[in-house]
Design a protein around this ligand. Structure first.
Ligand code: UDX
Ligand code: ADP
Length: 459
């Protein structure tokens, strides 16, 4: 099928950047991104592209170039579905917070609603592409909903998992290691391969069956997360010995069989994918009775939780076993640099733990505002919204944030943190002044020369 119009349901971190790049590289295809969230669509349509709902280096420029030409943002979902030959489902699939599979399985209600919406309004044949991270065999569910609508519209289902990482989304989309398309219908697969083919070399476009494609996404994320948990496990051992985790990571990373990427010891991985996808993998394995397989992958998550807890425990015990009434400055709230996404960010859990000990938390993140910080904490439901509001303040300036603080905790590896006037920070802090560098981005000897009590991960 020749594709002239594409619709993407879900204007989020995946849908937004992916469609922007597809539109840029396919000027003859009309790309419409729809969402039920009116405020989000309004922000995507904001005259001033610095107000886009998602921060991603390079994204604003592409939106500016294509918006109103062949890239459109709207809440008119039905119209966009009707006119398009290809529909991407790019809605959120959070971990279930209720019922069977609570805390493990992916909640597919948004995906199901989309499938029903498509089934209801489609009057011509459609290729439906699942873009959200979905548990294996979701395509089957989508297919069954679409095919049981009674109309004679023909639907082909494809799985096209996203491998972009936030913070480098545009770069990852422009130069992907590979694009994966899983499906039954060769014609549908080739239609999508042609869309990517306008900028991705054909040999990088892999075609598989739907189930392999779905499982590859979970597997890729599980392998990446496993590396982080592995190096984080070693970081704890380093702290008990004279070893330095950076040196260990460098030494093993130079083994070409291992490779150097994803070996940065940290406060623990966050983001919308790793935890969710591994829990999903564990859930699927358990549902097939594969206990050892499930336990094996679950340990990656257990270690990650341990790493976050260890960081806050260490902070508390270093501050003489009490942080009650003390100001703790947290630099960074996003789950990694160059994004305003905070989903599953380690900062949330570390803050929550410190708040249980009645600390006062001051937050500074270049791209995250106070309301988002409070929403993240309120979502955990550990204490009342009023209490969170009393105990947590966010600032627009790092020096305000750290003024009179007992300790600074570095939660995100934002580049700007490295260039601060740390002498000034030190002068304004309570003494002794502590730094807990959760990302190993500052120089230990430099910090100690200023007078800081410095500790980092695995050193
Ligand atoms: C990830 C996958 O990389 C991507 O392919 C998939 O499509 C979605 O999930 P993302 O969550 O955006 O992408 O970010 P990623 O760069 O993978 O980082 C995930 C977390 O791991 C972050 O919290 C990051 O800070 C942490 N991390 C990463 C480490 O702690 N150490 C590392 O060495 C690398
Ligand atoms: P991701 O990181 O997977 O892109 P986001 O949460 O950033 O996730 O984006 C998902 C988007 O999907 C949200 O903006 C949400 O409003 C939208 N969405 C969810 N369900 C529907 C639906 N049935 N129809 C249209 N949009 C939806």
């Amino acid at each position: 099928m020749k594709i002239t119009k594409i619709c993407c349901i879900g204007a989020g971190y995946v849908g937004g950047p992916t469609m922007a790049v597809i539109a840029k590289k396919n000027p003859n295809i009309k790309v419409t991104i729809v969402d039920i969230n009116e405020a989000r669509i309004a922000a995507w349509n904001d005259e001033d592209v610095s107000n886009l709902p998602i921060y991603e280096p390079g994204l604003a420029e592409i939106v500016k170039e294509t918006r109103g030409k062949n890239l459109f943002f709207t809440t008119a979902i039905d119209e966009a579905i009707k006119e398009s030959e290809m529909i991407f489902i790019s809605v959120n699939t959070p971990t279930k917070t209720y019922g069977k599979g609570k805390g493990m399985a992916a909640d597919l209600k948004y995906v199901e609603l989309c499938a029903r919406n498509i089934a209801e309004v489609a009057t011509t044949d459609k290729i439906v592409v699942e873009k959200s991270t979905l548990p294996v065999r979701t395509a089957q569910a989508i297919k069954s909903i679409l095919h049981n609508t009674g109309s004679d519209v023909n639907f082909s289902i494809l799985s096209n998992p996203e491998f972009l990482a936030e913070g480098t989304a545009i770069e990852d989309l422009l130069n992907p290691d590979r694009v994966l398309i899983g499906g039954e219908s060769e014609d549908a697969i080739e239609s999508l391969a042609n869309v990517y083919g306008s900028w991705v070399p054909q040999e990088r476009i892999l075609r598989t069956n739907v189930w392999s494609s779905e499982l590859s996404k979970l597997t890729a994320n599980a392998f990446l997360a496993q590396r982080i948990s592995s190096i984080n496990a070693i970081s704890e051992l380093c702290e008990h010995t004279e070893a330095n985790v950076n040196e260990v990571a460098k030494a093993i990373g130079m083994d070409s069989r291992i490779g150097s990427k994803f070996l940065n010891a940290s406060i623990g991985f966050g983001g919308s994918c790793f935890q969710k996808d591994i829990l999903n993998l564990v859930y699927i394995a358990r549902s097939y009775g594969l206990t050892e397989v499930a336990d094996y992958w679950e340990q990656v998550i257990i270690l990650n939780d341990h790493q976050k807890r260890r960081f806050s425990d260490n902070l508390i015990s270093t501050l003489y076993n009490t942080v009650s009434g003390k100001k703790i400055a947290m630099l960074g709230w996003a789950f990694k640099k160059d994004t305003n996404d905070t989903r599953e960010s380690a900062a949330i859990y570390v803050a929550d733990h410190l708040l249980n000990e009645q600390a006062n938390i001051a937050v500074y993140d270049p791209k995250v505002n106070e309301q988002k910080v409070l929403n993240d904490l309120n979502y955990l439901n550990t204490r009342s919204e009023d209490e969170n509001k009393d105990l947590v303040t966010s600032f627009n300036d790092p020096y305000e944030t750290t003024k009179d603080a007992h300790a600074v905790a570095i939660m995100t590896e934002w580049d700007e943190f490295k260039t601060y006037d740390w002498q000034k920070v030190y002068d304004q802090m309570k003494k002794p002044a502590f730094i807990f560098d959760g990302r190993n981005i500052l120089d230990k000897s430099e910090m100690e020369a200023i007078g800081f009590e410095y500790s980092s991960i695995g050193k």
